[in-house]
Design a protein around this ligand. Sequence first.
Ligand SMILES: [Zn+2]
Length: 113
Amino acid sequence: MIKLLSCDNPLIVHHFKNILIHNQIDCFVKNDQIYSIGGEVPVGIFWPELWIYDADLLEKAESILQVNSTQSTCVPQSESQEPCSTAEQWLCASCGESNDDNFFACWHCSQLK
Ligand SMILES: [Zn+2]
């Protein structure tokens, strides 16, 4: 197992997880349940983390998510931990949900942009 990224927004971490699973990369989110105590501990320690089971798939996972995060919404663990930013939105043609511009698939129904 290897940690792919961490992010202060658990919704985005779960969105990335869904994208990776959609691409047949088994992964899981860590720390999303203890995120609520994050305000009482140093920033970053308890951010939700996205881990993948097969470390050999790390490069593939990074390349998939970098396609989505041209605005560096969430950065890979090897880079600095910047907070998530709110980018422009696009509306899902399938379910009408609004999504950040740098996501290529709807967070709600996984419909491609
Ligand atoms: Zn949708």
